[in-house]
Design a protein around this ligand. Structure first.
Ligand code: UFG
Length: 351
């Protein structure tokens, strides 16, 4: 990706662009003037997302958006996408993401997440497009020895196949630059993305019972579920519940745009944490959400969930210094925007 190109001349392929983080990132890219091609097989996303994105960015920006309903593993389709569009860079979100499901379906997780990445970089190489941003996770740090986590903190063994796919895809992408220094790889390690676009038009829409805390709390708030299950209150934290670094999905989306701008004209492989640097406990999140929705939210204490760590939060100095990026929103705004989305779309994109 050339340094001299403006966003208007730059075409970004976004895999998984209809998903939670992908859709918010597509909005930010279109608003900055990028041309965006989304490839998504809609296996875990709704086509309504595209209409909502267009509603947010307006018709003019929407003209820069192309959607292709396809699986990233479909080499023929991917080949066509790269032939039809002059893709400068790729942001790769597409993949299965449910931790518990990954334990039950390891073959599907390894095959889909790693297979689609290999298919993607193979086509990229053929088309001499060698700039890629990968959607990695703080899960690669495992159970940390020390906090906050910096990019230098060691990677630890994952506790589930989903975590291993993030771990291994990082290694795969890192390996590309060794024989071919033209590759330009950015690994973004997200902490816990929550919240929604402030318009309330796009947000997180998990299928079935939510695995993650905030989507579950949101469904309790909107009356779809009775009470939040708090997994453990005997951790070594101030209130005994798990601590995480929650980050507003809009901050995360801005982080991708900052990474794209930074990587123009560069080569190599760089890792960035994207978090706020602040930890919040499960009970603090429930309280913040209760304040946002204006009512008490019932919860019950359950045993710890297997594989959960006590606490993690990020040191985001590197992203600030190199990308010029900092998270702007706190937990109150994250809950406000999540509630705005959930209350206007009680059943997600299904109405
Ligand atoms: N929690 C509850 N009740 C719930 C769900 C979660 O008490 O119903 C607690 C968890 O025990 C944890 C905290 O809320 O303390 C956050 O849990 P999430 O499931 O929301 O998030 P995790 O930190 O477990 O998961 C995140 C990402 C995963 C990633 C994982 C690895 O969502 O993609 O970090 O650290 F794999």
């Amino acid at each position: 990706m050339s340094e001299t190109k403006t966003p208007q001349d730059t075409c970004v392929l976004v895999t998984g662009g209809c998903g939670f983080i992908g859709s918010h990132t597509v909005v930010v890219l279109l608003q900055r003037g990028y041309k965006v091609v989304v490839v998504d097989n809609l296996s875990n996303a709704s086509p309504v997302v595209l209409e909502r994105i267009i509603q947010i960015v307006g018709q003019e920006a929407a003209e820069q958006l192309t959607f292709c309903e396809a699986d990233v593993r479909d080499a023929e389709v991917l080949e066509k996408v790269f032939s039809q569009h002059d893709i400068d860079a790729v942001i790769h979100f597409a993949g299965y993401k449910a931790v518990g499901e990954s334990v039950q379906k390891p073959i599907e997780y390894f095959s889909n997440n790693i297979g689609n990445t290999l298919a993607l970089v193979d086509v990229m190489r053929r088309h001499d497009c060698k700039s890629i941003v990968f959607s990695s996770s703080a899960t690669v740090y495992g159970d940390p020895d020390a906090l906050p986590l910096t990019e230098e903190s060691p990677k630890k063994p994952a506790t589930n196949p989903y975590g291993w796919t993030k771990w291994m895809i990082e290694e795969i992408l890192h390996s590309l630059v060794v024989p071919d220094p033209d590759w330009n790889v950015v690994l973004l390690r997200y902490f816990n993305p929550i919240g929604a676009h402030p318009s309330g038009l796009i947000g997180e829409d998990p299928k079935g019972i939510p695995n993650n805390l905030v989507p579950y709390v949101a469904q309790v708030a909107v009356g779809r579920r009775d009470a939040v299950h708090v997994f453990g209150d005997d951790y070594d934290t101030p209130d005994g519940t798990g601590v995480r670094d929650y980050i507003h999905v809009m901050d995360l989306a801005e982080g991708h745009a900052a990474a794209l701008a930074w990587m123009a004209g560069r080569t190599g492989c760089e890792v960035f944490n994207l978090g706020t640097g602040r930890g919040s406990s499960v009970l603090e999140v429930i309280q913040a959400y209760a304040a946002a929705c204006g009512r008490e939210l019932p919860y019950v204490i359950e045993p710890r969930r297997a594989g959960d760590v006590t606490a993690n939060y990020a040191d985001c100095t590197k992203a600030r210094e190199l990308l010029g990026w900092v998270a702007r929103y706190g937990i109150a705004e994250m809950c406000r925007d999540s509630w705005n989305w959930q209350s206007h779309n009680p059943n997600g994109y299904d109405g």
